[in-house]
Design a protein around this ligand. Structure first.
Ligand SMILES: *[C@@H]1O[C@H](CO)[C@@H](O)[C@H](O)[C@H]1NC(C)=O
Ligand SMILES: *[C@@H]1O[C@H](CO)[C@@H](O)[C@H](O)[C@H]1NC(C)=O
Length: 458
């Protein structure tokens, strides 16, 4: 027995008797790096307290010592819930919050001959790292991309770089970045066409939606339910004011409008439009401007379709049924449907009924100046590439019968003789004029006058 024990000890002595290997740099191309990175991401997702899955974006600074790998990995937030139902492969980065990522340092053991892997240690920080990724991204500087492209494309690439930096865009890999560059390039052409045909003073071009195809844009941000259901639009008529409207009016100057919000990648514009209207009505009747909850409608309005679209008329009804609306603070926006967690004890505003407002733009203006911001819906044809100015697309391109977006009318006036509506949108402040859209007034442009309504607070 003594002998056996001796052999055992000496075997250990032999292993630890190897000359200690120093850490050495490892190329990112090595297959082991892919394996340890994959394990790191799995482990992070398994143990993190985040509600969504994180996706590998970039691995850096890989060192190796015998069977230990030490490396940094940058992961981005996706839109996949961590409930295990979705596979990592189908998860897309969260376009609205790409900066919400993590940078982790991992120490992983990989013993190929024993087929053993183990995460020994990791440490993560939630830094603002996206700018680094964009700056160090090799993709756009690659010779093969720039050397044989003609001048037109070179200009597009330079615009695309600027776009990527301005809007903190990140793409999981070079192929995706290349695909987005092509879409971006096509979109520049489309924007130019819209520009050439515009009758107003608007400028169209690069926006934060410039890397989305029209179809993606429609599905993610517009409201399909509205276009097919104008027939269901039955409401009590509002009383038309007798006075002529003032020549201009803007409820932002009178404290009736909250900050521009962001619906994210969710077709919930209908909720933002209605809530914006109720915020105004509440302010005008009760004297306080409170930011109210769109998420309550997304979660608790059983008639409308949450991120799949909805109708203002049924949203008012839902709020009447629930008894009121909570504040934005109490029931904050998530950008996806969840279980309804409305609590009647937290009601902060109520409505008593809702009314439909005239389709005559003069009367709409009069009603607005007298009563507050109006929930409206329109054809969003020109909005994907809108930057500023008064938009006035040709009627044939922006049919009043194809309504796909709900917004809030907050004012009207003239800019250098061009009459406009001031429209509060829900795509963040980094779209349009600080989040606002200006649309030609007086010709029913893009169906702006077709679906005007308001809640009534007693
Ligand atoms: C290593 O283990 C994994 C999972 O346990 C298995 O799928 C794989 O085939 C193994 N590889 C080798 C070389 O044994
Ligand atoms: C308006 O609705 C609120 C809340 O439902 C209710 O308390 C109030 O009595 C109603 N006012 C009128 C005049 O109906």
């Amino acid at each position: 027995m003594v002998g056996l024990c001796f052999v055992f000890v000496s075997a250990f002595g032999l292993v630890s008797g190897f000359p200690p290997e120093h850490w050495r740099e490892v190329s990112l191309e090595e297959p082991e790096v892919k394996i340890v990175a994959k394990i790191a991401v799995q482990e992070y997702n398994r143990l993190s307290d985040q509600d969504v899955i994180y996706l590998q974006l970039r691995v850096t600074d890989v060192r190796k010592q015998l069977v230990k790998y030490d490396f940094n990995i940058i992961m981005g937030r996706t839109m996949c819930k961590k409930d295990g139902k979705e596979s990592l492969n189908n998860c897309q980065l969260h376009v609205e919050a790409p900066e919400k990522g993590v940078k982790c340092n991992f120490l992983v053991l990989l013993v190929p001959w024993q087929n053993e892997t183990k995460v020994l240690h990791y440490l993560c920080s939630q830094e603002d790292f996206i700018k680094d990724i964009v700056d160090t991204s090799s993709f756009l500087n690659k010779d093969k991309l720039t050397s044989k492209t003609e001048d037109g494309m070179r200009e597009t690439i330079s615009l695309f770089k600027e776009f990527v930096t301005t809007y903190n865009k990140i793409y999981p890999n070079d192929e995706e970045a290349l695909r987005r560059l092509h879409i971006f390039s096509e979109n520049l052409k489309k924007a130019k066409e819209i520009q050439d045909k515009d009758l107003g003073t608007a400028e169209y071009g690069v926006t934060k939606f410039s890397d989305l195809t029209e179809e993606e844009f429609r599905t993610l941000y517009l409201n399909p339910l509205l276009s097919s259901s104008q027939k269901r639009w039955i409401m009590k008529k509002a009383v038309a004011p007798k006075d002529f409207p003032p020549t201009q009016w803007d409820w932002r100057d009178h404290g009736a409008v909250t900050e521009v919000k962001n619906q994210g990648m969710c077709g919930s514009c209908w909720a933002f439009s209605v809530i914006g209207n109720i915020e105004g009505q509440w302010f005008l009747k009760k004297g306080t401007l409170v930011s109210l909850s769109e998420q309550e409608l997304v979660d608790c309005d059983a008639v409308d379709h949450a991120c799949g679209g909805g109708l203002p008329s049924s949203a008012y009804e839902a709020i009447e049924k629930l008894g009121g609306v909570e504040t934005e603070h109490d029931y904050s926006y998530q950008g996806q449907k969840q279980d309804c967690s409305f609590s009647a004890s937290k009601i902060s505003a109520y409505i008593n009924k809702s009314v439909e407002i005239s389709k005559d733009e003069e009367k709409i203006a009069a009603w607005l100046a007298q009563n507050g911001p109006i929930s409206i819906a329109l054809n969003a044809f020109a909005m994907q590439f809108y930057r500023k100015g008064v938009s006035h697309p040709l009627r044939i391109l922006c049919s009043p019968w194809f309504i796909d977006h709900a917004v809030l009318l907050v004012g009207y006036g003239d800019r250098n003789g061009m009459p406009f509506w001031a429209i509060k949108n829900s795509w963040g402040k980094d779209w349009g004029e600080q989040g606002y859209y200006y649309l030609y007034r007086g010709s029913g442009a893009c169906g702006v006058n077709q679906m005007c309504s308001s809640a009534v607070v007693n």
